[in-house]
Design a protein. Structure first.
Length: 349
């Protein structure tokens, strides 16, 4: 029979193991964090990030300090290698290692392009130009499988994988345009098959823009969900106007929550801390207003049974003299590279 000391030690060991299991980076929960795709490039250009007290700090360490649970990394096939166009596979592996080393999960945003992919740009990677639909299907599957295998072999299997970025009008135009809807769906399925050929662990995200447009989101996913695509999470972009009240995203969530049996994550969101002080009936464009808006948005998403997270876009996109950046006023670091209050644990808890 165990004596009292041994019993206490055994109980403590079980309790500690239970806590570790619940807090493990692999135990998914409501995600809060940000896209940090440009971080390493801006560091290469001399950017030094700081904490709330103005002390230099690794931006990923700062994210961990503020209890972020998840980061997002974009991946381009063959980016140009200048300015911020550096997000190739080797760059992404290195960033994923940093994120995982700090105990966070990450979303791999595969854009299937050499440059920005969004509702106005879905350009086929140069190396794949001229391929037929069947060829492109095969290429998408093999490319995706190679990407996931490489990350897995480096010990950084993604927790989530986006198949395309803001694919409202399709991907890899014109072959995968939604005007060729069957081909669009075929390419999506090829990407998912590439992930699943390596591992069933990553959750699959299907991502469109304009999350505040309730009818557009509903109509798009009504059609998409009739196509037999095996995915896990609806991903939305949401960029509210200055002075917003967040009523538009609330409307979208109340309409689609539970409609498709999918979790819903805002994989892109930002709100300006600079650029004037417009308020309307909503939040001021100040550091405090940015924090209040982000906190309110997270609570809206948490309030829905299928609300799955809020990922900020361009968190580290600060001004750098070597790289003009029109989004610096929406970053989570200020013009002196000091941490802004929106990073705080109030958001992430």
């Amino acid at each position: 029979m165990l004596n009292s000391k041994m019993f206490v030690r055994s109980m403590l060991a079980i309790l500690f193991a239970t806590i570790l299991a619940c807090c493990s980076p692999t135990a998914r929960a409501f995600e809060t964090g940000a896209d940090m795709s440009e971080l390493a490039r801006l560091e290469q250009l001399g950017t030094v990030y700081k904490d709330f007290n103005g002390n230099a700090i690794d931006a990923v360490q700062q994210a961990q300090n503020e209890h972020w649970s998840c980061c997002r990394l974009r991946l381009w096939v063959n980016p140009s290698g200048k300015d911020i166009f550096v997000n190739n596979l080797s760059y992404t592996v290195a960033m994923a290692k940093r994120i995982k080393a700090h105990g966070m999960r990450y979303i791999l945003d595969i854009q299937y392009s050499d440059t920005w992919a969004d509702p106005g740009h879905q350009t086929v990677p140069g190396a794949w130009s001229g391929q037929s639909y069947s060829q492109l299907q095969s290429t998408v599957k093999s490319y995706t499988q190679n990407v996931i295998s490489t990350l897995n072999n480096n010990g950084v299997l993604p927790d989530y994988v986006q198949i395309g970025n803001e694919i409202d009008a399709g991907m890899m135009w014109p072959v995968g345009s939604t005007s060729n809807y069957g081909q669009f769906i075929g390419l999506i399925k090829a990407g998912i098959a590439g992930v699943k050929a390596v591992s069933s662990y990553p959750q699959i995200i299907i991502h469109i823009s304009n999350g505040g447009n309730t009818s557009a989101v509903k109509n798009w996913f009504d059609k998409f969900n009739s196509q037999g695509v095996n995915y896990d999470i609806i991903g939305l972009s949401y960029y509210p106007p200055n002075g917003t009240t967040l009523s538009d995203i609330n409307s979208t969530m109340s309409t689609i929550n539970g409609r498709y049996g999918k979790k819903i994550m805002l994989v892109e969101f930002s709100y300006a801390w600079g650029w004037g002080v417009t308020s309307g009936n909503g939040y001021w464009n100040t550091p405090t207003g940015q924090q209040q808006c982000l906190w309110a948005l997270a609570q809206i998403m948490r309030g829905y049974s299928n609300g799955d997270g809020v990922i900020y876009w361009g968190a580290t996109y600060v001004w750098n003299g070597s790289l003009a950046n029109n989004w610096a006023g929406e970053a989570l670091w200020d013009s002196n590279n000091n941490s802004l209050p929106a990073q705080g644990s109030l958001w992430a808890q």
